[in-house]
Every structure is written in C-alpha cells, then in structure tokens.
Design a protein around this ligand. Structure first.
Ligand SMILES: [Zn+2]
Length: 124
C-alpha cells in the first residue's frame, strides 16, 4: 500500500481525518454494546495523518473506515470532489450508503451537541 500514500495531499489527509472522526462518533453512539478494537494503522504516513487519533471501533466500523481510507487514497481525482458529484463510483455496493449514513449521523450529532465549530472546521 506504500506507493498509494505518496499521492497523499493536504486535502486528502483532511478527508481521512474527518472520516476517522465521524466513524468514531458513529460507532461510539450507535454501537455501544459491540466489542471495540483499535483500528489497525499499518502505515507510518497514515499514522501521521491520523495525528493522535487512535480510533477504537467495532469490527464493522473498522472495516468501513479501512475501506473508506483505501478509497480516498485511491481516488483518481485531486482534490476529491463530493462523492455525489463524482463520475467515478468507487465505493463497493452498500459502502457508499453506509458512509453517507455515518456522515449524516455524526454531522447531526455534532450540531445537536453544539459542536458546529467542529463542522465548520471540517467543511470550510
Ligand atoms: Zn461500530
């Protein structure tokens, strides 16, 4: 996977952080009773991108985050456009819907908890 990471840009690094944060919120709130494991970070550059983040997620969310990160890394567009405006449908069937559900849930969660500052930080 190492050569993929050489194409990492600031925008993609930020997208990966957002994805990791949003999946973490989703899993924490929605999968409270699931067994959580540390998200496996196998690459030093990914470790750098994730900063101090050490997501602990259920198996399903670990898979989703892993898949999402791989797709971001492999996205042929730079900067990555919004997925719904993109012509390359790269998410495997079912994943895109799950990523959207996670983004929607965690976005609303942040708004409900008055963390609009975090959203602004993410999207602007
Ligand atoms: Zn989960």
């Amino acid at each position: 996977m190492a050569e993929i990471f050489t194409r990492l840009t600031g925008k993609k690094a930020r997208d990966i952080k957002v994805l990791a944060d949003f999946v973490s919120i989703f899993c924490r709130e929605r999968h409270q009773n699931m067994v959580k494991n540390a998200f496996p970070i196998r690459d030093d550059r990914l470790r750098e991108v994730l900063d101090a983040r050490e997501p602990r997620l259920c198996q399903e969310c670990n898979k989703l985050l892993n898949h999402g990160i791989a797709k971001l890394m492999l996205c042929p567009h730079d900067p990555k456009p919004m997925c719904k405006k993109c012509t390359t449908h790269c998410y495997a069937p079912g994943y895109r819907e799950r990523v959207r559900e996670v983004m929607k849930f965690s976005g609303l969660h942040l708004i409900k908890h008055g963390r609009v500052d975090m959203l602004l930080h993410y999207f602007f």
